[in-house]
Design a protein around this ligand. Sequence first.
Ligand code: PAF
Length: 277
Amino acid sequence: MEIITTVAGLRQRLAKENAIAFVPTMGNLHAGHLQLVEAARQHGQCVVVSIFVNPLQFGANEDLASYPRTLDADCEKLQAAGVDVVFAPGETEMYPTEQTITVNPPPIANELCGAARPGHFAGVATVVLKLFNMVQPQVAVFGKKDFQQLFIIRELVKQLNLPIEIIGVATRRDDDGLAMSSRNGYLSAAQRLEAPRLQRALQLVVEAARKGEQDFTAIEAQTAQYLTQLGWIVDYISIRSALTLLSAEKTERQLVVLAAAKLGKTRLIDNLEFSLD
Ligand code: PAF
């Protein structure tokens, strides 16, 4: 496995590869990321993983400074997972000059997580487009835990005609159901015990919808109230079309319920896709 920190070095290493499967990450890798790597191995000959904590996607009051940076441990895991190239650029390599050209993501980027994190998805889409241009993969792999991010990246690829196949991989969970996330490490022991309730609350939403409750706004409000009573600070619980991410019409059958809520200062997100058929 090669660890490369410059765009020039990356281009040189990848020049003769024509089946590159790419996994963009911000590091602090866990089993969920390794599942993305495994999917990449199945879709390409040369697996490239990037590790870059992207300042452009963090708001002023977010955890950019404290975001865990664990490059050595990450590289050990990636080596064991059979990765060919790790691309770990520094900030000046990624942004040698002020990034005055950015991607303007679709309007859905201002809803759900984007409502509480203005500019977040513009930062994500911009860095992902830059990484795509640097790596020039045939396939790129993203986790479904970041469902809205995956949706926006699919739109980016579709609307900008990028010749890249996007693969979405199911969320990896701990045994108690908590979606794996680098931010789970911020939770206290008591919060960690409480955290799987977010997933269980989403299951209750799905059960209510499947039982025939048609007032999705009422289900969302009841679920938010349930979590709030247990000490969560709920950002949103929202039932959406799994295909468009727009508010679910009564006729829609392929749905997803998405949630973001804080335990203390730690913001967790999760989602559950379901069908009413
Ligand atoms: O999902 C992430 O880890 C990040 O948003 C990504 C896609 C690597 C862009 O910085």
